[in-house]
Design a protein around this ligand. Structure first.
Ligand SMILES: C[S@@+](CC[C@H](N)C(=O)[O-])C[C@H]1O[C@@H](n2cnc3c(N)ncnc32)[C@H](O)[C@@H]1O
Length: 381
């Protein structure tokens, strides 16, 4: 979408939800074509005026085209950018922008949003909220949620989604770096899914949502240092861990042990899949970089190509530090009488394995039946 959402007319934004609901209920196929596969779609018999006026969609001839992805989950709707757009291609490459808002992919944001360890009446912080999806699901139980993001465009989208889902009395969205917007506050639950992708050291070449530095841990390290002082006495912390390490353990557990060993925390790492070979994952994506974007995803997530030297430096760094594997799981932190780390049993599912190669899982590349199946999986998280 070329411009941001206009947030002034709240009644107009709220009136989008019945239209989205009606389309989803009357024709899942058309809904999926329009809002997940980004196809131009002919729709009749439903009043789509609110969606046109808010620019969620636009007219293309006698069809409609989505300006944003609209993810349907448990009666809520979340607007965000497509991870790439089949209508935004230059020199056979997808155009990605530094301030794009993180898309909702299978197996990821919806998973943590629905699996949040939120209790009734909690005061919750959703750090690095992106589209706001985690905050929106925490709001069902929480007394209040503060959602923050460093990217002003993400803040705009999150605010829009909060209004769309009629949650303004529960969620406040603030802009800023890490804990800066909530410096004086303490929470019952701090939850996040932040920028954790390990990439060459060229932040200007990656969207804000992805760049995690050479080991992917730039954001996470700061979070580990700063989060305890923003926690209530019996507070909890939770995040989606998608990070590098050696064959046995993700690096994050080493950092946690070092920084939190004197705190009374029980840290639970719930694996989702067995660790995968890091270079296999990197090469898998690299092989597809040169292929036709209409058939295959352009990967990795860069905005501008990485040169050979940058890539080589990164690979040398990974090898030197014995980073050989990529781990995926959820980290949950509970109050305890002493410090301990537990690695919980594997929740291995075929679908989660595919998550490690996440772009080919994007909705653009999946058929209608598969998408229906995945939406059902998301509902049942
Ligand atoms: C992978 S996206 C996830 C968004 C959302 N939590 C979700 O699960 O869909 C990471 C988000 O972190 C935000 N972010 C990156 N660096 C940040 C920082 N230093 N402080 C706050 N937010 C940050 C990005 O703008 C982006 O919205």
């Amino acid at each position: 979408m070329s411009k941001w959402f206009n947030l002034n007319n709240k009644e107009l934004i709220k009136s989008c939800k019945p239209a989205l609901k009606e389309l989803f209920q009357k024709s899942k196929k058309k809904y999926i074509e329009l809002f997940l596969q980004e196809k131009d779609t002919e729709i009749k018999g439903i009043n789509l005026d609110p969606l046109l006026k808010t620019e969620i969609i636009k007219r293309v001839g006698n069809k409609f085209r989505a300006n944003v992805q609209v993810f349907p989950l448990s009666g809520k709707f979340v607007c965000t950018d497509f991870i790439f757009s089949i209508h935004r291609i230059k020199n056979s490459r997808f155009i990605r922008r530094i301030n794009d808002v993180w898309a909702i992919l299978p197996y990821e944001s919806a998973y943590i949003a629905k699996k949040a360890i939120v209790n009734e009446k909690d005061f919750v912080l959703d750090l690095a909220t992106g589209s706001g999806i985690i905050a929106i699901f925490c709001a069902d139980k929480a007394k209040k949620v503060i959602a923050t993001d460093i990217n002003p465009k993400a803040v705009n989208y999150a605010k829009f989604n909060v209004i769309l889902n009629d949650l303004e009395d529960k969620i406040e969205v603030r802009e800023g770096n890490l804990f800066e917007p909530v410096n004086d506050l303490k929470f019952d639950l701090i939850i996040w899914n932040g920028p954790t992708v390990a990439v060459p050291k060229t932040p200007e070449k990656y969207p804000i949502y992805a760049y995690g530095g050479l080991d992917g841990l730039d954001f996470t390290r700061k979070f580990i240092k700063q989060s305890p002082k923003h926690l209530q006495k019996k507070g909890r912390i939770q995040w989606l861990e998608f990070g590098i390490g050696n064959v046995n353990r993700p690096e994050i557990l080493k950092i946690i042990e070092k920084e939190w060993q004197n705190l009374n925390f029980k840290v639970l790492f719930e694996r989702r899949v067995k660790p995968a070979d890091l270079f296999r994952v990197i090469n898998y994506h690299d092989e597809r970089m040169e292929e036709n974007p209409l058939n295959r995803p352009s990967f990795p997530l860069w905005i501008k190509p990485i040169n050979k030297e940058e890539e080589q430096n990164w690979h040398n760094f990974l090898k030197k530090n014995n980073f050989t594997h990529i781990h995926s799981g959820v980290i949950k932190v509970y109050p305890n009488t002493h410090f301990e780390i537990k690695i919980a049993s594997l929740e291995e599912k075929e679908s989660f394995k595919r998550m490690l190669y996440f772009l080919p899982n994007d909705w653009h590349f999946l058929g209608y039946k598969r998408i229906l199946q995945i939406l059902k999986i998301c509902e049942n998280y």
